[in-house]
Design a binder for this molecule. Structure first.
Ligand SMILES: NC(=O)C1=CN([C@@H]2O[C@H](COP(=O)(O)OP(=O)(O)OC[C@H]3O[C@@H](n4cnc5c(N)ncnc54)[C@H](O)[C@@H]3O)[C@@H](O)[C@H]2O)C=CC1
Ligand SMILES: O=C(O)[C@@H](O)C(=O)[C@H](O)[C@@H](O)CO
Length: 328
């Protein structure tokens, strides 16, 4: 595994502070870097405020049992904040940059130009950007092969997933090094090509907009919709992947349901060509032995047992397992 020791987290906003907590929790020094030039006393107040915010978050984590009170000081002690003028000396030694400045093109451009002047040529540059494509970020620094987007999900120190988006020129070594590094601190990584919305934001934006639209149309209250998500949609998809679930229910069912919804609700429900093509090939899922996954070599009974066990554990864990004989 690549030896990543010096990590610069650039910007001191919500994401950067949360990422700093994730690294510090894992036992690493987390160096936050204020990306804005400020007069010395203004910076001192800003620095104090940032450390206080982090301390508050850690206390929240103690209340949840995620962190022991006895470990707070150790975690906090690993996090520090450098001013922009103090940072260059540290940047020269950086192995990894996590950039977390505002989602404003000029802000990103300015900060990458500045970073470029200080970091070594082989320092991995990862942006937390929600929207800019990795190629756009790569165009802002030299050595584009070291640039990759690392999209953490909120709250970054709790949600395991980090989506890594590589450009056509991101080096395979950079992808592997960052994956291995993030996984060594307990994160789960997925890699996707350069495309708007990575995987999760692209899917969740559709779902979130639809939920908001249902409130707008008076279909159900916010409370009812969220209850449905917590106890149905979200619970199920915490066990089964989305494409895996298509294979369980059948791609053909999704096709027919989508056609109906398209007629009633609009074009956004039109099924993609791949669903139709799979139907034509009789690749609708598990029943046919092939769908998005190939079940030819899979012991389907053992696989179903494993999924069912996970479901049972999950509903038990959230206190929703029905009581046997409740009405007997
Ligand atoms: N907030 C969220 O839920 C998520 C945000 N992201 C991404 O993380 C990045 C940071 O977002 P947040 O932490 O939410 O932002 P934030 O607003 O909390 O923090 C932004 C940081 O950028 C600095 N900054 C603002 N303008 C600047 C400028 N002109 N020059 C230098 N520094 C400047 C601020 O001082 C602050 O430290 C964005 O790219 C965003 O898309 C990614 C996932 C989730
Ligand atoms: O936690 C998340 O999913 C965020 O990382 C986001 O990128 C934004 O909330 C975005 O998905 C909003 O649609």
């Amino acid at each position: 595994m690549a030896n990543i020791q010096h990590i610069g987290i650039v910007g001191v906003g919500r994401m950067s502070k949360a990422i700093a907590i994730a690294f510090a929790y894992a036992g690493l020094p987390a160096q936050l870097i204020d990306a804005k030039e400020r007069p010395v006393n203004e910076f001192e107040t800003y620095q104090q405020q940032a450390l206080q915010d982090i301390s508050k978050e850690l206390q929240l984590l103690v209340s949840t049992g995620f962190l022991l009170q006895a470990d707070v000081e150790q975690v906090l002690g690993r996090i520090s904040v450098l001013s922009k003028s103090q940072a260059p000396e540290f940047l020269q030694r950086c192995d990894l940059i996590m950039e977390g400045v505002s989602e404003v093109r000029e802000a990103k451009q300015q900060i990458f130009a500045w970073l470029d002047a200080h970091i070594p040529a082989d320092c991995i540059v990862a942006s937390t950007t929600s929207t800019f494509l990795v190629g756009e970020i790569a165009a802002m620094v030299s050595h584009p092969e070291r640039v990759i987007n690392a999209h953490w999900l909120n709250p970054a120190y709790l949600i395991p997933l980090v989506e890594l988006s590589k450009s056509a020129v991101t080096s395979a070594q950079v992808v592997t090094d960052l994956q291995q590094f993030l996984e060594s601190i307990g994160k789960v990584t997925v890699v996707c090509n350069e495309s708007a919305g990575y995987i999760v934001p692209r899917i969740q934006a559709l779902a979130m907009n639809e939920a908001a639209r249902m409130v707008e149309e008076g279909v159900a209250s916010a409370e009812e919709i969220d209850k449905a998500i917590r106890t149905g949609f979200g619970l199920r998809f915490s066990v089964l992947g989305m494409l895996e679930f298509i294979d369980w229910g059948g791609g053909d069912i999704l096709y027919y349901a989508s056609q109906y919804l398209q007629k009633e609700l609009g074009e956004r429900y039109r099924p993609p060509q791949i669903i139709q093509t799979n139907m034509d090939k009789q690749h609708n899922g598990m029943r046919e032995g092939k769908g998005f996954y190939d079940y030819a070599q899979v012991d389907v009974n053992a696989y179903k047992l494993q999924v069912m066990s996970t479901f049972v554990n999950r509903i038990d864990g959230v206190g929703l397992k029905p009581k046997f004989n409740v009405l007997h």
